[in-house]
Design a protein around this ligand. Structure first.
Ligand code: AMP
Ligand code: GLY
Length: 420
């Protein structure tokens, strides 16, 4: 079959890498792709937020299956457009993608199905929000309702910070995403990510992971899109996964179906674990980036079969064959990230590196120019390895990192510390 993957980050490189290994895959096109993806697939450039353009491209290229990587095309209804055109698609409708695109909507769904999550209140004026903050006291978490590229969450650990957060969001820092604000109870505990495939009715857990959101070693400095990840996440024990499925994931899927907006695709549940129980922090309607890189490394070619089963509504037949091992990915970013960073610097030393089922350098913000690989984004490379133990996976990943010659790049040196 001919497959189109939408997106151009490390997540999409990992998806393409796994899909490509499956004999069902004939032609593989990624839009827009990046310099690493160009080594294993065709790259195409068109507006992936425009459903009509995606449908037209699929027609011209006899695409049989579309996999949507990032949240923006999902929220823009691209999966609706391709499905309406009769093209098999992996990814939720725009209505279902509101589980990520509106934090207020997610809270409403949690209420309706009694899923454990932080207590909250919703506001559309700064005045009412301020009064609530004064009445509740710190700590509180202030969130812009809409999509804000992962930046719309402000921790109000003190009353001053919480009040300042209200001003920031209503002051327009996140544009229309901040027209409504959700204020939440601050949850303590350890965070982990849980990934579930669903065809709208059936659900299949496909793995756990832990991300590293802060830019610096020891979880210091500002938040980023994620500086590294590993899978599995030991904090998500089988018992906690079972509780999360029973109390959070399955009730959510049933509630979405009941509302006539069945959720099809991957559901990424961000969980807070404390005292042996999980509560929902947030949903995302896509694979995590860089969590996808470690999941794909562990799933390999079967990832395509699982995504097809999901899109075709036959997930009840699907099983995951787990290699009992660990995968870890280290993000290399441009100096300065997540603030202003240098662009266009050259990365050397990638040529001779192993590209196997156990070691892969996935590309995120890279571009090829005259035979050179240039860094053009904040997060640039995802250096990924598997091992029998997490420590082995980590050592192999850092050995690869050390073979890369990129003075204008940096990474965290402590990925995996919580589990190690
Ligand atoms: P979100 O975009 O909702 O995932 O929020 C980003 C990050 O903020 C999460 O990954 C958590 O680390 C943190 N966070 C969000 N909501 C809460 C909460 N209610 N209590 C504690 N931490 C939170
Ligand atoms: N790594 C966090 C995310 O993809 O949202």
């Amino acid at each position: 079959m001919n497959i189109l993957i939408l997106g151009g980050g490390g997540r999409e490189h990992a998806l393409a890498w796994a899909v490509k290994q499956n004999p069902k895959c004939d032609r593989l096109i990624v839009a827009p792709g990046n310099a690493g993806i160009a080594g294993i697939a065709e790259c195409a450039d068109f507006d992936i937020l425009d459903g009509a353009a995606v449908v037209e491209f699929c027609g011209e290229n006899a695409i049989d299956f579309v996999i949507v990587g990032p949240e923006a095309p999902l929220a823009a209804g691209v999966a609706d457009a391709t499905r309406d055109a009769g093209i098999l698609t992996f990814g939720p409708s725009a209505k279902a993608a509101r589980l990520e695109a509106s934090k207020g909507f997610t809270k409403e769904i949690c209420d309706a199905c009694a899923a454990p999550t932080a207590a909250y209140a919703r506001f559309d004026t700064a005045e009412a929000a301020r009064a609530y903050v004064q009445a509740q006291g710190a700590p509180l978490v202030i969130k812009a309702d809409g999509l804000a590229a992962g930046k719309g969450v402000i921790m109000g650990m003190t009353l001053e910070e919480a009040l300042a957060g209200v001003e920031t969001v209503f002051g327009g820092a996140f544009g229309s995403a901040g027209a409504e604000v959700v204020i939440e109870e601050f949850m303590e505990g350890e965070e982990a990510s849980f990934f579930i495939l669903t065809d709208g009715t059936n659900a299949l857990p496909i793995g756990t992971a832990q991300d590293h959101k802060r830019v610096g070693d020891g979880d210091t400095g500002p938040n980023t899109g994620g500086m590294g990840a590993y899978s599995p996440a030991p904090v998500l024990t089988q018992a906690i996964q079972d509780q999360a499925m029973a109390e959070i994931v399955l009730p959510t899927i049933a509630e979405m179906a009941r509302r006539g907006m069945p959720y099809q695709g991957v559901l990424y549940a961000g969980l807070m674990i404390k005292d042996g129980r999980a509560r929902l922090v947030e949903y995302n309607c896509r694979f995590g980036d860089p969590e996808c890189q470690v999941l794909m490394m562990r799933l390999g070619a079967q990832a395509l079969d699982l995504m097809l089963a999901c899109a075709e509504g036959r997930l009840s037949e699907a099983r995951v064959n787990w290699a009992e091992d660990h995968a870890l990915t280290v993000v290399m970013a441009s100096l300065g990230y997540p603030e202003t960073y240098v662009k266009g610097t050259q990365i050397r030393g990638l040529e001779g590196l192993p590209e196997t089922s156990r070691e892969m350098v996935f590309h995120a913000g890279t571009k090829a120019a005259e035979g050179r690989i240039l860094a053009v984004g904040g997060r640039v490379l995802n250096v990924t390895a598997r091992g029998e133990s997490l420590a082995e996976a980590r050592d192999r990943a850092y050995a690869l990192v050390d073979a890369i010659d990129w003075p204008e790049g940096f990474c965290r040196r402590d990925i995996g510390w919580r589990a190690l």
